[in-house]
Structures are given as structure tokens and as C-alpha cells.
Design a protein around this ligand. Sequence first.
Ligand SMILES: *[C@@H]1O[C@H](CO)[C@@H](O)[C@H](O)[C@H]1NC(C)=O
Ligand SMILES: *[C@@H]1O[C@H](CO)[C@@H](O)[C@H](O)[C@H]1NC(C)=O
Ligand SMILES: *[C@@H]1O[C@H](CO)[C@@H](O)[C@H](O)[C@H]1NC(C)=O
Ligand SMILES: *[C@@H]1O[C@H](CO)[C@@H](O)[C@H](O)[C@H]1NC(C)=O
Ligand SMILES: *[C@@H]1O[C@H](CO)[C@@H](O)[C@H](O)[C@H]1NC(C)=O
Ligand SMILES: *[C@@H]1O[C@H](CO)[C@@H](O)[C@H](O)[C@H]1NC(C)=O
Ligand SMILES: *[C@@H]1O[C@H](CO)[C@@H](O)[C@H](O)[C@H]1NC(C)=O
Ligand SMILES: *[C@@H]1O[C@H](CO)[C@@H](O)[C@H](O)[C@H]1NC(C)=O
Ligand SMILES: *[C@@H]1O[C@H](CO)[C@@H](O)[C@H](O)[C@H]1NC(C)=O
Ligand SMILES: *[C@@H]1O[C@H](CO)[C@@H](O)[C@H](O)[C@H]1NC(C)=O
Ligand SMILES: *[C@@H]1O[C@H](CO)[C@@H](O)[C@H](O)[C@H]1NC(C)=O
Length: 380
Amino acid sequence: MKLSAATTLFSLALATVPPPGPDGKYTLTAPGITAKFIPYAACITNLLVPDKNGTLRDIILGYDNASFYPVDPNHSDYGAVPGRYANRIKDHTYVLNGTRYFTEANDGNGTLHSGTNGWSHRVWNVSAVSNTSITFSITDVGNSSLGMPGTVMGSVTHSVSNSSWHTTIAAHAVDHVTPLMLTTHPYWNLDAFANPDTDLILNHTLSLPFGKRMIGIDENTESTGELPTVPKGDINDFWSAPKMIGASMGDARWVGNCGTAGGCAGYNNQWLVDRGSGEEEMPIATLSSGWSGIKWDLYSDQPGIVVYSCHWMGGGNQLKAAQGGKASNGFVRKDGCVAVEPQDWIDGINHPEWNRTQYQINGPGMPPFSSFIQYKFSTV
Ligand SMILES: *[C@@H]1O[C@H](CO)[C@@H](O)[C@H](O)[C@H]1NC(C)=O
Ligand SMILES: *[C@@H]1O[C@H](CO)[C@@H](O)[C@H](O)[C@H]1NC(C)=O
Ligand SMILES: *[C@@H]1O[C@H](CO)[C@@H](O)[C@H](O)[C@H]1NC(C)=O
Ligand SMILES: *[C@@H]1O[C@H](CO)[C@@H](O)[C@H](O)[C@H]1NC(C)=O
Ligand SMILES: *[C@@H]1O[C@H](CO)[C@@H](O)[C@H](O)[C@H]1NC(C)=O
Ligand SMILES: *[C@@H]1O[C@H](CO)[C@@H](O)[C@H](O)[C@H]1NC(C)=O
Ligand SMILES: *[C@@H]1O[C@H](CO)[C@@H](O)[C@H](O)[C@H]1NC(C)=O
Ligand SMILES: *[C@@H]1O[C@H](CO)[C@@H](O)[C@H](O)[C@H]1NC(C)=O
Ligand SMILES: *[C@@H]1O[C@H](CO)[C@@H](O)[C@H](O)[C@H]1NC(C)=O
Ligand SMILES: *[C@@H]1O[C@H](CO)[C@@H](O)[C@H](O)[C@H]1NC(C)=O
Ligand SMILES: *[C@@H]1O[C@H](CO)[C@@H](O)[C@H](O)[C@H]1NC(C)=O
């Protein structure tokens, strides 16, 4: 079934699609939700839902100016689909079928989101668009992502319905085996930076009910191969009960928790999603803010979730005009957002002992990569 769905997406001709709106964006609307998308990085730029008073809030990070994305010097993968291999590759190298490949070292000695020619740096084609759905497609020719062999064809469909944003991703390596791991990379501030008491997300409440194990990291945030368990009450415990993101700021491990070398404070980590039978349909994460009352539940088939609490935001990224308030200076500050990426285990191509390579390596004759990610919005 997955195969035929993906095949249909790949075979979509480049039909004549309507141009974007005057703001350079495609707008999708459904009851309780409006979302905007651009072909650059197949990304979401705006997401408006009502807060507890019924006021529409744009709760996702992005820019008003669509043409700024490709030239943004602080390329933050805002709302993007990073690829063809998302997240980190330790020491920018991996071995595939006996050949060692070297990828671009764009994050210290490691590779992040496949380097500066990754899918989040490309202008995708628009294959189909309606009032509630848009499909972007990409043909990533052999080695056009440095050090990743073979051609990959990918497509991403974003759709909205009844207070929900749904994404399906399908991709297939057509002529060579290659690493393939995809996700979406939205950054959230559920108060739209308008909370008069704080423009930060430290008081957003996060729940990761299946996050009892993590990907172990070294000082540079690269995978060590360990899969440590998360004890109840630990700084990284979001499974035993929902917790505010900043609740453990007083913990001695807060600084360095996401990488000691750079003193990364807070979270830039991956929790595994260890679901039992009967739990497949349950949300893998829930985020809410008391001030706006906005809450999302995240549903996905992916076996891990990355949460990044924006330690590295330097204060230079401008908010959208509809965002901000008394506590904000109009820019995204450290701890001002939280990025969430449901995806397979980070750097699994370098850890065959994890048994994830069958999902992270794709090639001719193999079933296409597929992923679904759905955010359901409500108020509390
Ligand atoms: C949008 O960004 C582009 C690229 O930086 C710039 O040339 C243009 O002037 C900007 N437009 C507005 C309205 O800010
Ligand atoms: C960086 O990665 C290369 C392999 O790609 C390795 O040979 C080298 O030792 C690494 N450097 C450091 C400082 O870890
Ligand atoms: C691995 O490499 C061998 C020898 O080059 C080749 O015959 C084989 O098809 C490759 N396997 C895959 C899955 O690409
Ligand atoms: C799409 O939206 C436009 C503008 O709101 C509307 O005129 C049109 O009827 C809608 N099309 C469909 C198929 O609902
Ligand atoms: C978009 O389609 C054109 C025409 O088929 C193709 O040349 C181009 O590479 C495609 N762009 C991407 C990002 O795949
Ligand atoms: C990919 O491109 C780089 C840089 O041009 C080159 O060094 C490398 O050999 C290429 N790899 C493959 C598999 O074609
Ligand atoms: C929309 O979602 C609300 C809340 O989950 C639900 O009560 C309602 O039945 C849904 N409406 C439709 C048309 O699906
Ligand atoms: C955040 O939550 C803490 C603990 O409940 C509370 O003491 C603090 O006042 C809150 N901060 C803001 C800015 O709302
Ligand atoms: C909701 O309305 C109440 C009463 O007017 C107000 O005090 C509160 O600030 C509003 N909350 C938001 C998120 O706008
Ligand atoms: C990029 O970020 C730096 C550091 O936060 C900031 O000084 C600069 O203004 C930003 N540049 C743009 C164009 O936003
Ligand atoms: C991988 O599979 C082997 C053999 O079934 C098993 O012993 C091992 O625990 C698995 N590794 C992980 C990380 O689940």
C-alpha cells in the first residue's frame, strides 16, 4: 500500500499549478487552522490557530518575506524538510556496501542535515495544490548532496483539516543505495511571542510518554552508540509526567545536556519512541502553553523524536509582524523556541548494531522511505 501511494506521488506530472499568493506563499485553510508554505525547502512559513480566547496566533517561526529564505545568512532550517539524510553524521563519514563516503563537514567535524546543498537549501517543485493540500517534489541527482551517491526522488504532501496539520513524506533511491532519512523541522512558540511576561518557551509544558531511552551523545552532540535509559525525575525525563521545558534549569547538568563542548544548555537531544502494542495510535509528544492555552498532540510513525530548545538562537532572526508583544524585542532569543523533529535514530547509518539501517538505507528494489507526521491542535 505504501509502495503504490508513493509511486502515485512520484508519477505526478509537473501539472500546471496556480502561482502562490501575492506574499509568495501558498495558503491552506480548514476549520480552526490556516497554514502557509513555500517551495524553498518545502517549508511551512505560517501556522495560525485560535488561542483559548479565540484569537488567532501564528505559533510557528518563519519570515513574512518569502524571498528572504534562500538568502537568510542564519539558515535555521525553519519549517523545512531536511534531507536526504536528516540530522547528524558523526565525523562526516559513513561506510555503505564496503565503500567509505565523506559528506560535508558543516557542523564542526560532523554533517548536519546533509550539508549546505541539502534538501532544506533547495527550491522544490510544486506538483499539486488545493485549498487544503500541497505536494512538493524533488529530484536529488547523484551526489548533488555531497558524498551521497545515486538519485533520490522525493515528495512531501502537507495538508490541513479541522485543527490539524498532516504531512506525508515519500522518497525512493532509484539507481544506487544511499542514506535516506527525512523529517519536518518546525520551530514552535505557542504564545506567538505575545505573552507579556515572557517571549521564551521555558514555561511550555512537554510530554514524551514513550521517551524512556535516548540517543547517547558526546561533547559535540554526535551519537556515541549508547542508548541510555532516562530515570524518573532525571533532567531528560518527560515520560513519567508532563514537565515544563525549563523545569530543570537548576540542574547541574542543564549546561552541557545537549553538548558539553559548546556549553549547549537545555535540550538538543533525541528520545526513542518505544511503543508497545496498542500504543501505535497514541501521540508521541504533547506541547502546551498555559498563557495562550494552545496545545498540540503529535502523531507519527517515526521511532524517535528530536527536541531542540533553541540554545543557539543568537537574537538576530526577526519575528513576523503578527508575532511579538511587550516581552519581545522583535527577534528570536535563546530559549525562544522549540524545534521538534520526529525521525529515525540519529546517525543510525554508523550504528548497524541498532538494526535501523534497513530503514535508513534505501535503494533500487527496496520499498520507498515513508513517514507521516500529524499535529492536532486544541486549547486547554
Ligand atoms: C525580501 O528579501 C529579499 C532578499 O533578502 C530582499 O531583496 C527584499 O527587499 C525583501 N523584501 C521585503 C519586502 O522586505
Ligand atoms: C574528523 O573526521 C575525520 C573522518 O571524516 C577523522 O579522520 C578525523 O579524525 C576527525 N577529526 C576529529 C578532530 O575528530
Ligand atoms: C554492493 O557492491 C557490490 C560490488 O560492487 C555490488 O555488486 C552490489 O550490487 C552492491 N549492493 C548494493 C545493495 O548496492
Ligand atoms: C478555494 O478557496 C477559494 C478562495 O477562498 C474559493 O473561492 C474556492 O471555491 C475554494 N475551492 C474549493 C475547491 O473549495
Ligand atoms: C523540477 O522539475 C524540473 C523539470 O522536470 C527539473 O528539471 C528540476 O530538477 C526539478 N526540481 C527539483 C528541485 O527537483
Ligand atoms: C561527490 O562529489 C565530491 C565533490 O565533488 C567528490 O569528491 C566525490 O568523489 C563524489 N562522490 C561520488 C560518489 O560521486
Ligand atoms: C473537528 O474536531 C473536533 C475536535 O476534535 C471534533 O469535535 C469535530 O467533530 C471535528 N469535526 C469534523 C468535521 O471532523
Ligand atoms: C514559569 O513557571 C514558573 C513555575 O511555575 C513560575 O514561577 C514563573 O513565574 C513562570 N514564568 C513566567 C514568565 O510565566
Ligand atoms: C484572554 O482573555 C482574558 C480576559 O480578557 C485576558 O486576561 C487574557 O490575557 C487573554 N489571553 C490571551 C492569550 O490573549
Ligand atoms: C544572524 O544572526 C546573527 C546572530 O544572532 C545576528 O547578529 C544577525 O543580525 C542575523 N542576521 C540576519 C540577517 O538576521
Ligand atoms: C538488534 O538486533 C539484535 C538481534 O536481534 C538484538 O540483539 C539487539 O538488541 C538489537 N539492537 C537494538 C538496539 O535493538
